[in-house]
Every structure is written in structure tokens, then in C-alpha cells.
Design a protein around this ligand. Structure first.
Ligand code: L3W
Length: 436
């Protein structure tokens, strides 16, 4: 057993060795120790450990995981079966962290699910996988079989009396399936519309039974929290938020990529130290801190820590923790238009602000980008952002979709106005945009 306390629990299993995703390599490095320990603990002890760890959901919303799990009915008369679902339908623009975890450490996810099964008495797990993550599918399929062969899945696992198996479900590919109730509808063979909440899935989820849906990265944290303890996990974070986070950067930086870093790492460190700073000839103009559905922040925010509460206080969200950079040579209107197009296409069409509001925002942004905009269009865009605010919509898709737009209007308003005043895109010259 590895007795040293890791500072990078999620990525310590990843080596250059081509077989680092195999069960043999995983177990050689201490894999499945957390699950073995969980078999010696009661459900209450496991739940208390999870709550004490302050783990928050890594999919984007940051809901406290222990609290969420505590809503699942327990005890002999609790409804069964109880289900666990890994939300692996990673479609947030700019987000590719779960793909890395699934391709490189599939056993970490399975171990997280096994701990979940032991904690909540769940008997069936599903991995709801983005359909075009072919390599992840291949490696997860192999990892699941390795576990069945090693009696880590199936009946009476390791002689503990626990019966649990996991099914891999490849998604047909809709962003809305990342919303947990739309995901559940999709798994039931229904149209992927979000459901009204309450009831939350923890009480009535898949086929009406108690169901926990968590992101890939959230499940990956569980083996380490159980193995090394909640205090170790809390101490990993640089401030109140616990643990590490897979942060990422895309855009015109020298080294786009992913890094596991302490929660609360300053944004400047992520962009300048880990991503190698901006490429020659480009200056940072703004950035979306956590995927395409978060509000822009700008250079004055570079020294704040990346954690849920601090980023929220600055008017954005940490979201998935994968930063998208806007540089000075790329048109902010074009960037927002590109995102709005995606979200409009991915809307399930259930509620009006999303179904009608997002396509209308797309029309107005296209008009402005093509040099045909009028001053009134900016007012209409602002009105559409208010129309799609939380509370006016059925789920988080439309409010998230307008976050880049509303913040671009705040920070880069002069660029919108320049398009209208000059009747063209001032960034249109490909040389200025840096597109060869
Ligand atoms: C019981 C309550 N449970 C909330 C639970 C709920 C869910 C979790 C989060 O959207 C965001 C979205 C995207 N009683 C509860 C409760 N819960 N209140 O907490 O719920 P919620 O509603 O806050 O968020 P959500 O609808 O799950 C997630 C943003 O994440 N996002 C998207 C990420 C996309 C990916 C991907 O592609 N893989 O991660 C990025 O920022 O915009 O705001 O489990 O049951 N009272």
C-alpha cells in the first residue's frame, strides 16, 4: 500500500506507460485500497467521511456531494434498486477533463462507483458516456471486464456480500443530456427533456428509484477520500474549498492542456505558469473560467483563486474549471456567436426563453458580426439575457448560455459598438485574427 500522502491523487496513476489504465498497474500503485477500506466501514461512517471532506460536485454546479448523497433513502425499507450514474456526457465547450480521466484511469471511476455502492446500498451503476469518446469507451469496457474477472464487480464482491455491476451506456450526443434529469429521461428511452424538480433524483430518479448522478471527476475523488481521510482532502485545497481540481486552458497560450492543481490555485498561475502564458503577439483580453457557459472575467481577475465561491463573488462561475482564453486579436462578438449557436442548437426546446430566446440572440449576433447591426440590437441582446435568467427557465441551459453574452456586453461593449459604427467586423482581417 502506498503510505505517502499524494498531492495529486487523481493523476498520480497516470504514467507514460501505455498500460497505465490496466487493472494490474492501477492495483500496483494502490488502486482499490479505498474500496477495500470502505468494506470495513458502515454506511453512516462512509457518509460522514464524505460530508466531512467538503467534496463538491466537479461537473459545474459545485453542489456538496455528501449532502446530496445524504438525501438517498437508506435502511431496510428504502426503495430499491438504488442506482448510481456517472455523468460522462462531457459536452461543455472547452471542457475535456473527463475524457482524460476516462482514457487514462478508468479504474479510478469504477472504484468511485464501488464506494458509492457500498455507501448507499446501490446495486446497479451506469456510465453515461458521450458517444464519440471512442477511446474512453474502449478502455472503460476493458476495465469493466477486468473487474468482473477479478470479482470486483458482480455478486458477493471480494466475499463482502456486496452485489454490484456497472453498465456502459453510450449517449446519442446532446448537451442537454448533461443535465441529470434529461440524462435520466434519455436512459429511460424518452426524449431528453429536463424534469421538474423536486422530486430530485436522489429520491425519485431512474425508473422512479433513488438515483445519484455525479460527474466523472467527482466519482474519481472518492477512493482517495476514503483511503487517505477527509482531513487530508481538505488540506489539499489552498482555501475553504477542498481537494484538487483538474484545471485546463485552451486558446492562444503556449501550452494548452490539463493540470491537477490544488483547489484555490490563482488563475494567473494556471495561465502563465502551467499553460506557458500567451503566445507571442497575443495579449489576454478576457477568459471564461469554467467552460462555455460561464461569464467572462478579465485581466484584473487574474490574481484571484480558482474556487467555487471566489469566482462566484466576481460574477462568474468556476464551472468545469477549464479556462477558455479570448485574446486581443479574436473578435469577442464572433466568439459569443459561436457559443450561442451551439447552445441554441442543443436546446431541448421545452421552455420559451431557451427555444426562442437563444435563436433570436443568434440572429442579432450574426447581424452585428456581419456589419448589419443597429444600436437597438444591443438593447435587445441585453433584454434576451434578462429573459433567460435563472428562475425564468426550466433548467440551467439558457441561463448558462447567456453568461458569455451578458458579460461580453459588460466588458467588451465597445467592440459590439465598433461593429455597428463601422458596419463591419473590425477583427475581420484574418491577419489581425492570427488565422493563417
Ligand atoms: C437536492 C436540492 N439536490 C441541487 C443537486 C442536483 C444536482 C446538483 C447540481 O447544472 C451546471 C449548469 C451548467 N436538493 C438540490 C439538489 N441539487 N439542489 O445538485 O444541481 P444544479 O441544479 O445546481 O445544477 P445542474 O442542473 O446539474 C450543472 C454548468 O454546470 N456547467 C456545465 C457543465 C457541463 C459538463 C459536461 O459537459 N460534462 O460538466 C458548466 O459550468 O451550466 O449550471 O445533482 O440534484 N435542493
Amino acid at each position: 500500500m502506498n503510505q505517502t500522502l499524494p498531492h495529486n491523487p487523481l493523476t498520480r496513476f497516470i504514467t507514460d506507460d501505455e498500460s497505465c489504465w490496466s487493472i494490474e498497474q492501477y492495483q500496483n500503485q494502490g488502486g482499490y485500497q479505498g474500496f477495500r477500506k470502505s468494506l470495513t466501514l458502515s454506511q453512516e461512517q462512509l457518509l460522514d467521511t464524505l460530508k466531512e471532506s467538503n467534496l463538491r460536485g466537479r461537473g459545474g454546479a459545485g453542489f456538496p456531494t455528501g449532502l446530496k448523497w445524504s438525501f438517498v433513502p437508506r435502511g431496510d425499507d428504502a426503495p430499491s434498486p438504488r442506482y448510481l450514474i456517472v455523468n460522462a456526457d462531457e459536452m461543455e465547450p472547452g471542457t475535456f477533463k473527463d475524457r482524460m480521466l476516462m482514457e487514462k484511469t478508468p479504474h479510478q471511476i469504477i472504484e468511485g462507483l464501488l464506494i458509492g455502492a457500498q455507501t448507499l446500498g446501490a446495486s446497479i451503476g451506469y456510465i453515461f458516456l458521450r458517444g464519440d469518446y471512442y477511446l474512453a469507451e474502449k478502455r472503460l469496457t476493458k476495465a469493466l471486464q477486468e473487474c468482473r474477472d477479478a470479482n470486483l464487480l458482480g455478486e458477493n464482491i471480494l466475499g463482502s456480500g456486496l452485489d454490484f455491476d456497472i453498465h456502459l451506456h453510450t449517449s446519442a450526443g446532446r448537451y442537454i443530456c448533461g443535465e441529470e434529469t434529461a440524462l435520466i429521461n434519455s436512459m429511460e428511452g424518452k426524449r431528453a427533456n429536463p424534469r421538474a424538480k423536486p422530486p430530485f433524483p436522489q429520491v425519485a430518479g431512474l425508473w422512479g428509484k433513488p438515483t445519484i448522478v455525479n460527474n466523472v471527476e467527482t466519482f474519481c475523488n472518492l477512493p482517495h477520500i476514503i483511503h487517505f481521510g477527509p482531513q487530508w482532502f481538505k488540506d489539499l485545497g489552498l482555501n475553504d474549498d477542498a481537494g484538487t481540481k483538474i484545471f485546463g486552458v485552451s486558446g492562444r497560450v503556449n501550452h494548452p492542456g490539463l493540470w491537477e492543481l490544488p483547489m484555490g490555485t490563482p488563475i494567473r498561475d494556471i495561465i502563465e505558469q502551467h499553460a506557458g502564458g500567451m503566445r507571442d503577439g497575443y495579449t489576454l483580453k478576457g477568459f471564461l473560467p469554467g467552460g462555455g457557459s460561464t461569464d467572462f472575467l478579465v485581466a484584473e481577475h487574474l490574481d484571484i483563486p480558482m474556487d467555487y465561491d471566489t469566482i462566484s463573488k466576481q460574477g462568474s462561475r468556476m464551472g468545469t474549471g477549464t479556462i477558455i482564453i479570448l485574446d486581443d486579436r479574436y473578435c469577442p462578438v464572433a466568439m459569443v456567436l459561436n457559443l450561442i449557436k451551439f447552445f441554441a442548437q442543443e436546446s431541448c426546446g421545452w421552455c420559451t426563453p431557451c427555444r426562442d430566446g437563444l435563436p433570436w440572440a443568434q440572429v442579432l449576433l450574426e447581424k452585428i458580426e456581419h456589419g448589419e447591426g443597429e444600436p437597438e440590437d444591443i438593447n435587445q441582446l441585453e433584454e434576451l439575457c434578462r429573459f433567460a435568467a435563472p428562475g425564468n427557465t426550466f433548467c440551467a441551459l439558457a441561463p448558462g448560455a447567456v453568461e458569455p453574452l451578458q458579460s461580453a456586453l459588460k466588458y467588451f461593449r465597445e467592440d459590439f459598438e465598433a461593429h455597428i459604427n463601422q458596419a463591419c467586423c473590425p477583427f475581420h482581417d484574418k491577419k489581425r485574427q492570427g488565422i493563417d
